[in-house]
Design a protein around this ligand. Structure first.
Ligand code: GRE
Ligand code: ZN
Length: 327
């Protein structure tokens, strides 16, 4: 994108969704929570990979999209063998799109977590052979979150390959009692954020980040509220019953600062960005647009004009992504 000064700054978006004709059915749960005409439009744009999308990227000044399958994606498949086959196929497709458009696209793999060993192998193949730069996981997989002991093998592989796992929201299992009778609270406006922040906290309190201290976790939507909560997490952890849980680092905020990287996806607002900068530091904040659910040009305009230093803007726009994803 072009800065106010006229200087060009490479810009990389990390939450940039797509879907394929074979996999559109998995999006049914998202379809039910969006206004029908908005969903029709989003569905059309999700299916476009290199037409209108590239033109929109050019217009918005977005150089590179790190593509990911739209939520809930492969996670919604109930048959493990089908999940394994479809994840491999969609990762192959991603690799070919990336190869055909040098510099314009990178990709996060889809993982068939229904079969943990196969998911670990697919992550290895996606990174080592296909050149993808990590994986994106949409909330639970058939009720299982990433702190499940069976999924340690996936963290072991991610840590070994030094690639991040991006935890993206999706509908939870069932409806929390507090939300019952309020379906308008289900979705990206509210429940997805608490669901996904909680997913990260399961990794902290479930011991994943003690077992894999070099694991790198990405959250979108400015960290799903976590940067705002650090002091309170620590103060109340020091006060309340631990139920036998021990944290090697002592306090929950230590894991957020060490293992968490966040993106600006879907949040074009200075106060939460400044909070995240103060809470996590500029090295842990990356750019994302949440295409096609948010306006790409509005996202780059926000990045271009956000009240941060030019050094921090460069980290958020591209330097952190280049380092974290090896771009
Ligand atoms: C998103 O990724 O943010 C998203 C969806 C589906 C509907 C709305 C939305 O995946 O914001
Ligand atoms: Zn998204």
């Amino acid at each position: 994108m072009k800065l106010e000064s006229g200087v060009a700054m490479r810009t990389i978006g990390l939450e940039e969704h797509f879907v394929t004709p074979e996999l559109v059915g998995y999006g049914a749960s998202s379809a039910s929570i969006i206004q029908p005409e908005k969903w029709r439009e989003a569905s059309r744009r999700l299916l476009d990979l290199t037409g209108e999308r590239l033109a929109e990227m050019d217009a918005a000044g977005l150089d590179t999209q790190v593509l990911s399958l739209n939520a809930p994606g492969i996670q919604a498949e109930s048959d493990a063998a089908t999940a394994v086959a479809r994840a491999a196929a969609v990762n192959d497709l991603l690799a070919s799109v990336v190869a055909d458009h040098p510099g314009r696209f990178a990709g996060f793999a889809a993982l068939p977590l229904q079969d943990p060993q196969a998911a670990a192998k697919e992550l290895e193949r996606a990174v080592s052979q296909l050149g993808l730069c990590g994986a994106l996981v949409n909330a639970h997989t058939q009720g299982r979150y990433l702190d499940d002991p069976a999924l340690r093998v996936v963290w072991e592989r991610a840590e070994g390959l030094d690639v991040p796992l991006y935890l993206h929201p999706a509908n939870g299992v069932g409806t929390p009692h507090v939300i019952e009778g309020h379906p308008e609270l289900v979705g990206p406006m509210w429940s997805w954020g608490t669901e996904t922040a909680t997913h990260f906290l399961r990794l902290v309190f479930g011991g994943v980040l003690d077992d894999f201290p070099r694991a790198k976790v990405l959250l979108g939507h400015m960290g799903e509220g976590l940067p705002y909560m650090l002091w309170r997490l620590d103060s109340r952890w020091d006060y309340h019953h631990h139920h036998g849980v021990e944290l090697a680092l002592g306090r929950p905020s230590e894991y957020v600062r060490r293992n968490l990287y966040i993106t600006t996806s879907g949040v074009c607002s200075a106060p939460p960005l400044l909070c995240a900068l103060l809470a996590l530091g500029a090295d842990h904040i990356l750019f994302g647009t949440d295409h096609p659910f948010e306006d790409m040009a509005a996202a780059t305009a926000f990045l271009r004009t956000a009240p941060v230093s030019e050094a921090d803007r460069a980290k958020i726009a591209h330097l952190n992504a280049e380092r974290l994803l090896g771009l």
